[in-house]
Design a binder for this molecule. Structure first.
Ligand SMILES: [Fe+2]
Length: 278
């Protein structure tokens, strides 16, 4: 069974339906990503390539076939009508099932950041997520796929309960979320790139930097969830898959269990996950 993991496509489509100040913000964001891409296609072209990849059905021995795709947030850089239509159109053409969980960007234009702002924006994503914040569980051939929205660096008690209930089924499971769990081995690269430990449950924040990033101290449920993931209590978890930091990185978060941080989709990166029956 093959799962395609796609994250951080940061689409910046917009048009005259948006008010002028939104168009200005959108233009600035579009330019920022364009300059990083330097001739390697646009974010939209790379997103379309990834959707084509996700649509591969293969031949014979299932070569190239994608059975499921998981999108872990920041797929759109802001919720413009053009961005939402691009998503809806692409997802509707996928021949196999998918999950889409939100990041810190998908639902806001850069100014909003509170949980209340996110709650107000969530109805735009109702076709993809049933709860605020999201926690979706699917079963695929005896493996559970769990996607949670931790785009505010937090996990609620309800999300934690839903994940631990799914984990207690005894089936192996994969956890997908936007923001990586803080693991020691990831710190150096993240801080080098971003100047801040932008991971869930991170220690070592400078208080001023924390405020600038608008990352509040972790909620009790977040702390408990991070400790649970790092302990044998998290059961038969076979991997955490995330994005957000725009790096390709693999590190253990628990003995023999790995977190896979996937490089961004806007640079045409993705990760293939092959599940081999035991
Ligand atoms: Fe992000």
């Amino acid at each position: 069974m093959t799962i395609l993991h796609v994250t951080d496509c940061h689409l910046t489509e917009y048009d005259e339906r948006e008010p002028e100040e939104i168009r200005d913000t959108a233009r600035t964001r579009a330019e920022a990503f364009k300059s990083q891409l330097a001739g390697e296609g646009t974010a939209l072209e790379n997103f379309r390539r990834l959707i084509e990849r996700a649509s591969e059905q293969g031949e014979g021995e299932r070569a190239g076939k994608i059975d499921f795709t998981v999108f872990t947030g920041d797929i759109i850089d802001f919720p413009s009508q053009a961005n939402l239509e691009t998503l809806r159109d692409a997802f509707s053409r996928l021949p196999s099932p998918y999950l889409y969980t939100l990041g810190n960007h998908d639902w806001n234009f850069g100014a909003a950041c509170t949980d209340e702002d996110r709650q107000a924006a969530y109805p735009m994503f109702r076709e993809w997520s049933s709860a605020v914040p999201g926690c979706e569980v699917r079963e695929l051939d005896g493996v559970k796929l769990i996607a949670i929205d931790n785009g505010n660096y937090q996990v609620t008690q309800e999300q934690f309960d839903a994940v631990s209930e799914a984990a207690s089924s005894g089936l192996p499971y994969l956890l997908f979320m936007h923001i990586p769990l803080y693991v020691q081995g990831l710190v150096k690269d993240v801080v080098k790139k971003w100047g801040a430990p932008i991971m869930m449950g991170a220690a070592g924040w400078d208080p001023d930097v924390r405020e600038a990033w608008q990352v509040r101290h972790q909620d009790d449920s977040t702390g408990a969830f991070c400790r649970w993931l790092g302990s044998p209590d998290s059961g038969d978890i076979r991997g955490i898959f995330c994005g957000h930091v725009h790096l390709d990185h693999i590190d253990a978060f628990r003995e023999g269990r790995y977190q896979y941080v996937t490089a961004p989709g806007y640079t045409n990166h993705s990760r293939l996950i092959r599940l081999i029956p035991e």
